[in-house]
Design a protein around this ligand. Structure first.
Ligand code: ADP
Ligand code: ADP
Length: 232
């Protein structure tokens, strides 16, 4: 579904060159949960930003299905970005808006009528198990509840891919488990492909089908979680 071919991203700062991502090739299959694990500074965020094209790779290619995204025009890129939802460690909710309005926001930006957007947002809040907080503000919610809202918002525009960037890193172990279960259900029931960026082994063990280990910009190993971590 998403294919990276020899993706390299270099940054130049004051004459110094940092190779944040070094010759990474990966295939992410439709319907799977793919993990990218590595220590801080390994290049995970930069790689994700190359996948959603917030960064343009210095060299290499990114394909979505048969589209070469490096050669795509504006319209194709916009269509591609709409297929990708994102959630983050810090939730990134709008503090001045209620839970319901946070989920409505991307729908209204996409041109949906207010009434319809509210209905759809309500269904999504139901789906992530937080419909009772629809009129609350983000500051009134726990971390796990905030992440549920962020997941509802990310799903509002029906993305085919959900990118989760350290989505459970700010949560305690029990809340982490419940958010990971929710992501697993979304993958299974809605067929959303999920890409999980994490520095935590337990996250990969709990939900990933396949995993790539990143270190110093490179993918060191890649395969099923079983083959990479659990075999002798
Ligand atoms: P991770 O997400 O695994 O923590 P990052 O992708 O954030 O890793 O960073 C990989 C490397 O690239 C680090 O050495 C980081 O300092 C460097 N880096 C990331 N973004 C930039 C940038 N915009 N300018 C310069 N260096 C960067
Ligand atoms: P970093 O890891 O370098 O701090 P992030 O990956 O968290 O950066 O993203 C930086 C900002 O870009 C965030 O505030 C986030 O809201 C925005 N952003 C990242 N990816 C997307 C996306 N696919 N769509 C919309 N906004 C995005």
């Amino acid at each position: 579904m998403i294919r990276l071919e020899h993706v390299t991203k270099k940054f130049k700062t004051k004459g110094n060159e940092v190779i944040a991502v070094n010759d990474v090739s990966l295939d992410i299959n439709k319907g799977e949960i793919f993990g990218i694990i590595g220590f801080s500074g390994a290049g995970k965020s930069t790689l994700v930003r190359c996948i959603n094209l917030l960064e343009v790779p210095t060299s290499g290619a990114v394909y979505f299905e048969d589209t070469d995204l490096m050669k795509a025009d504006k319209k194709e890129l916009r269509a591609y970005r709409q297929k990708i939802g994102m959630i983050f460690q810090q939730f990134n909710l709008l503090a001045q808006r209620t839970v319901l309005d946070n989920v409505c926001y991307p729908l209204e930006v996409a041109g949906m009528k207010k009434k319809e957007a509210r209905e759809r947002a309500g269904e999504l809040l139901e789906l992530v198990g937080i419909a009772d907080k629809a009129e609350a503000y983000p500051s009134q919610l726990s971390g796990g509840q905030k992440q549920r809202v962020a997941i509802a918002r990310a799903l509002s525009t029906n993305p085919e891919v959900l990118l989760c960037d350290e989505a459970t890193s700010a949560l305690d172990p029990i809340t982490t488990r419940s958010i990971l279960e929710l992501l697993k259900n979304i993958n299974k029931n809605m067929g959303v492909t999920i890409i999980v960026i994490t520095h935590e082994m337990k996250v990969v063990e709990q939900i990933c089908d396949r995993v790539a280990i990143m270190s110093k910009g490179s993918v060191e190993e890649e395969g099923t979680v079983q083959s990479v971590f659990l075999s002798p």
